[in-house]
Design a protein around this ligand. Structure first.
Ligand SMILES: [Fe+2]
Length: 284
């Protein structure tokens, strides 16, 4: 049996090649206060923004690399395709990708703004290895968490209502730790207001074209370019943003390599300080 990949800390993107090649998993030690005992030490693989348009050699290499990883959970935050017509290619690559994972905690995913209605329908039908959360929630009592997923447009309130319903069903409303697969990081302020402890997002591609650190000209959101990837904090809530595994429209990245975060969770104070606005407390 192959061993888990010993991933190195992500060096500065300034020293990385600008080729849009998938990196080895970026090992991130993430401190979260109030983390349930059963989640301490768990490893979460975060896949986002694959933007499949055809079966590129890069995706074969990505799948081979993913096959060597042994996460406890695989969580996905949307944009598996780019434009109408990509659906079949996206389904084929995603089916091959999902096949290599056997995480004991399961595979969960939300959808992004590039995922067409047709793709969502087909994914729900054919990509059975993933538990899709489209403005839905599921409680995992053995881990002490409630996991929610958005769709487009992001409706965090719908997710909270789904979470409450799911928690009431298993009688865990008082102590369930809420985590959102959210695609767009701009929802962090709403998540903080609604008591969601951790949001995972993509969407920005880390800016895709960067001219310094931290500086991205464009990230398809209303949040600043300096908040395009890393850990954002608002009050007692954090959002971790992946730079993503693909590109939309143009297969070009500059000083912004593709990204496959692997979070190892520990209990501890949040990074940065308490703030009412949205601060970037760690950049990658
Ligand atoms: Fe995207």
């Amino acid at each position: 049996m192959s061993q888990p990949t010993a991933s190195k800390p992500d060096p500065s993107p300034l020293t990385r090649p600008s080729r849009p090649e998938p990196v080895l998993a970026h090992e991130i030690s993430l401190a979260l206060p109030g983390l349930p005992d059963a989640m301490v030490g768990r490893r979460i693989l975060h896949l986002s923004d694959v933007h499949i348009r055809r079966y590129r050699p890069r995706f074969r290499r990505m799948i081979a690399r993913c096959a060597r990883l042994r996460p406890d959970f695989v969580w996905m935050t949307g944009d598996y395709m780019t434009v109408h017509g990509d659906e079949q290619a996206a389904l084929t690559v995603m089916a091959d990708l999902l096949d290599v994972f056997e995480p004991p905690g399961g595979i969960f995913g939300c959808f992004g703004n590039h995922d067409s209605a047709a793709f969502k329908r087909l994914a729900l039908k054919r990509l059975h290895r993933c538990h899709w959360l489209e403005h839905e929630a599921v409680t995992l009592p053995e881990y002490g968490i409630t996991l929610m997923g958005t769709s487009t447009p992001c409706d965090v309130l719908a997710c909270i209502m789904a979470a409450r319903q799911a928690e009431q069903t298993v009688g865990s409303a008082a102590d369930s730790y809420r985590i959102l697969l959210g695609h767009e990081p701009g929802i962090l302020i709403t998540c903080a207001e609604l008591g969601i402890e951790w949001t995972l997002a993509g969407h920005t591609h880390g800016g895709q074209l960067r001219f310094g650190l931290p500086f991205a000209l464009h990230n398809s959101t209303d949040i600043p370019g300096s908040h395009s990837s890393g850990i954002l904090r608002c009050r007692d809530s954090v959002c971790t943003i992946s730079r993503g595994l693909g590109e939309s429209y143009f297969d070009v990245r500059l000083l912004c390599p593709t990204h496959l975060p692997m979070y190892t969770l520990r209990r501890g104070p949040l990074p940065g300080s308490h703030c009412r606005r949205m601060d970037c407390v760690q950049w990658w």
